[in-house]
Design a protein around this ligand. Structure first.
Ligand code: SME
Length: 168
């Protein structure tokens, strides 16, 4: 059984994401089920990235993002593309870093403790299939290094998982 290893934060975010990427690759190795992998990836990120109150997925179903596997408090189930931080990231096909959720027009508050947010879209062959959504109770928790690091984690997820039946 895979056991997550604690990651030292002393090496900085670059080392942290490199270690996280190694662990994620091991965790997803040999498994292609997109929901199972999203569930385990959410748990790994929530466990090992500091200062999060949520980590999880939404998957595109028609013109809406629908709640997928996550760690954290209960969340809104459906988000139209273009709405909130998740919908904007899906619409733009680009990651969105929000230092202050209260200053983001249209932010959808699921957990009142959230202060900052990072959303990375799942893009395959130019099509958005969903998003990875991370929330933090700390303002300005997510920096450029987090965006780059989480985009590399999403790439590992997409390479490992069979998303052929997913909303495309
Ligand atoms: N804050 C998100 C909604 C999802 S929850 O954070 C789980 C948004 O504005 O899209």
């Amino acid at each position: 059984m895979f056991q997550p290893l604690p990651i030292s934060a002393s090496g900085g975010k670059h080392d942290l994401y490199r270690a996280l990427a190694q662990q994620l690759s091991g965790l997803l190795h040999g498994e292609s089920d997109a929901i199972a992998n999203a569930a385990n990836m959410s748990a790994l990120i929530y466990d090992l990235l500091p200062d999060l109150n949520r980590a999880g997925f939404y998957f595109l179903r028609g013109s809406e993002l629908v709640l997928g596997p996550f760690q954290g408090k209960v969340a809104c189930v459906r988000i139209p593309v273009g709405r909130g931080v998740c919908g904007k990231a899906a619409e733009r096909k680009a990651s969105v870093v929000v230092p202050d959720v209260h200053a983001f027009p249209g932010h959808i508050a699921c957990d009142g403790a959230s202060r900052s947010e990072l959303v990375v879209p799942l893009v395959v062959d130019g099509a958005v299939l969903g998003v990875l959504d991370l929330d933090s109770p700390i303002p300005s928790r997510f920096e450029e290094d987090d965006r780059i690091g989480c985009e590399s984690l999403v790439r590992i997820y997409l390479d490992a998982s069979d998303l052929s039946g997913s909303g495309r």
